[in-house]
Design a protein around this ligand. Sequence first.
Ligand SMILES: [Zn+2]
Length: 301
Amino acid sequence: MILKNRSELNRLKILRSLNVRMNLTEEEKQYYLNQEKGYVGEKRFDELTKNLGNDLYILNDLMLKTNNTHFQIDTLIISQSSILPIEIKYFNGDHYYQSESFFKIPKKEIQNPLQQLRRSESLLRQFLRNLGYHGHIEPYLVFNNPEFTLYQAPLNEPIIYPTQVNRFIGNLENTPSKLNSWHMKLAEQIISKHITESPYTLLPSYDYDQQKKGITCASCHSFNVTANAKKLVCDKCGNQEEIDSAILRSAEELKLLFPNRKITTRTIQEWCVVISSKKIIRRVLLENYKGIGFGKGFYFE
Ligand SMILES: [Zn+2]
């Protein structure tokens, strides 16, 4: 039973927009692609855990704090007799393990995910102790990209490799577990301590003028689109979208990128570029937002 879903993807959504609307540096682009990849891995893992039919509580994507130190857990599973913090890595390609370090072949050292796992395990232990939990904690590092290989893999570490993920889920499914109100209370306490991060931290700096304006295709993100009174048609991939949905999607994108910018018919027209009819934009905004103020000061929220 999933008690906490993976949180909003706002940071990833902003990065997606910036990636098509401005020139990111190589480093920023890499950061964006890593976020995108991490998200794919987490979603793939969620697809498996959501079907677990036995008595387990699943808490996805937690940001917690103990002794003023933040730590993050991709998936936390509460069973009758233990708590499983799971770190999910969607690395692809060939890697090797040497002297407690991880390398991507040929020779690029990457942050050791086992160390990351141990760190969050230790912080979680303290965190749970403060909630009165002194039971078993069973951490796992899951590599779930089928294109991942680790040479010289350590034998005695709690790692689940791509070829073991299904068996890992099978074992969870077959774990006898009977949860009671005490477990539920523990889960609720953990969720109540979850810290919602601002999506605006850890982003490249950007401003409005830098952004390429225009509606992008919902499917392939191309700016190469044509609008008529009913539809937005992509000239690149052929995708069609109702014009209302396209305008609303763009307005939401503008709001997310620039939360302090007032939404008006004019700002949305400037942002969308291809929609020449003010009337359509105004109608869509009126139907979906609340109008505030009068005359020249009128805007939507
Ligand atoms: Zn397209």
